[in-house]
Design a protein around this ligand. Structure first.
Ligand SMILES: Cc1cc2nc3c(=O)[nH]c(=O)nc-3n(C[C@H](O)[C@H](O)[C@H](O)COP(=O)(O)OP(=O)(O)OC[C@H]3O[C@@H](n4cnc5c(N)ncnc54)[C@H](O)[C@@H]3O)c2cc1C
Length: 420
């Protein structure tokens, strides 16, 4: 049974339990994990958005294409939180936090104060803005939350031409949706390949060809230098001197983590996020953090991962830290991206690989890339190949590997390499 410590500092007895700032994937998981660990203290999950915590992945996929509704993207129903005695407070942007000992108070922009014994920051991030002339015109969209997705969805329906700035996951997922709706879609990417931050060149090249085959125009090595229009955007100027007419622009150029509260508390921020260790501890004792707002300090250095799986794993670890119990075993990172009918699933981290083995034929649009470092399997990117993905994820979790030759032989089932 978890022993919850309540603090007396001077005349103040903190009996306010855990305050989790940021009510989304990581925050909701942290609250749930605390209860699963047996915590009996009050748990308050406070978030700026007006909704209960919801899933963001559908916003660039099934929600954008109109296949699921806002209610269907909720992570949990209201009754789920009530039954677990988790107080979810929506619509409150926390703008200042004062820590006294290990407890303290947080105050929202609307003047509400929340006292706490222990604090978790699960504040995620906000889309990076494009700073070019005309970027503030109407019909220039970013995609992070439900209102963004609703506005973008309505605008795409009414548009003929859609221009997407950024060939990362969100941009390409939205491009696939708009393309399937019969729109003329252009993706403008500054780097020389797609999804360059997370994917190896072989996968980037495959996606470039696949999107082009489906009719999406992809321009690599090209910057957007300006936008023009009368109230709303009607054309985009590019670094090669050309300009493209468009009815709307979606900018997907990355995320800026919310680090303001951590900075206010003197907590270390580096690599664009709140620095945490594998237990979710920040540089300030008793303040934990999890999810997209963090930078993980691990054996290999600083690492930022923005994914659902990472938010869940870090939140579980942070909950264990608050509860004073050992954390769950380290999870193998995994991720997915649905770009139309192309289902990408990744496990492990391919950064630093020195060899890649293809399994299956990219032309069939069903294959996997297995990454090796010093002869050891470190990651997989599987495209429409869920069995290989699942087998490799389990192999990595069991700290196993697959000999190179076996990896290349698609008649051999990879699951035989999962260690008992
Ligand atoms: C369109 C889209 C598609 C995606 N697709 C995938 C996918 O296919 N696969 C995948 O693995 N991941 C995907 N992701 C990423 C995934 O959704 C994130 O990794 C995940 O949401 C991170 O959760 P989080 O709780 O850390 O942060 P967030 O979801 O950003 O939540 C942070 C919350 O904190 C709130 N907040 C911030 N500051 C304050 C404050 N001061 N006071 C109160 N509240 C505050 C914010 O309003 C927000 O609700 C996608 C993301 C987007 C936007």
């Amino acid at each position: 049974m978890v022993q919850w410590s309540y603090q007396r500092i001077g005349d103040v007895v903190f009996s306010d339990g855990v305050l989790i700032v940021g009510a989304s994937q990581a925050g909701a998981q942290l609250a749930t994990s605390l209860r699963d660990l047996g915590a009996l203290c009050p748990i308050t999950l406070v978030g700026a958005e007006p909704h209960l915590p919801y899933q963001r992945p559908p916003l660039s996929k099934a929600f954008l294409s109109g296949k699921v509704s806002a209610d269907e993207v909720l992570l949990r129903s209201a009754s789920y939180y009530t039954e677990r005695d988790i107080d979810v407070v929506t619509g409150q942007w926390i703008e200042s936090i004062e820590v006294i000992g290990s407890g303290g108070t947080a105050t929202s922009a609307r003047g509400r104060t929340f006292a706490f014994d222990q604090l978790a920051l699960t504040v995620g991030g906000t889309p990076r803005r494009l700073h070019v002339p005309g970027a503030d015109l109407g019909n220039v969209f970013y995609l992070r939350d439900l209102p963004d997705a609703i506005a973008l969805r309505d605008s795409i329906s009414a548009a003929d031409r859609v221009l997407i700035v950024g060939g990362g996951f969100i941009g390409l997922e939205a491009a696939a949706v708009a393309n399937a709706m019969g729109k003329q879609v252009v993706v403008v990417e500054a780097l020389d390949r797609l999804m360059a931050r997370a994917m190896a060149p072989v996968v980037s090249d495959f996606y470039l060809d696949a999107h082009r085959r489906r009719g999406v125009c992809v321009m690599l090595g090209t910057d957007v230098v300006g936008m023009s229009g009368n109230g709303t955007v009607s054309s985009v100027e590019l670094s090669d001197g050309s300009s493209l007419p468009t009815d709307l622009v979606l900018v997907g150029v990355g995320l800026a983590a919310h680090t303001e509260l951590a900075e206010q508390l003197g907590i270390e921020v580096s690599g664009g996020g709140i620095v945490v260790d594998e237990q979710g501890r920040t540089s300030r004792t008793a303040v934990v953090s999890a999810g997209d707002c963090t930078t993980l300090r691990a054996a290999g250095g600083l690492r930022r991962i923005e994914s659902v799986a990472n938010a869940i794993a870090q939140a579980r670890a942070a909950a264990a830290t608050l509860a004073g119990v050992p954390g769950p075993p380290l999870a193998v990172p995994w991720f997915w991206s649905d770009q139309g009918d192309l289902k990408l699933q990744t496990a492990g981290l391919s950064a630093g690989f020195d060899d890649v083995v293809l399994r299956g034929n990219p032309e069939s649009e069903r294959f996997a890339a297995l990454y090796y470092r010093h002869g050891e399997l470190i990651a997989i990117d599987a495209i429409n190949a869920p069995r290989d993905y699942m087998a490799v994820r389990k192999i990595l979790e069991s700290r196993g590997s697959v000999p190179r030759e076996a990896a290349a032989d698609s008649t051999l089932a990879l699951k035989s390499f999962i260690r008992a």
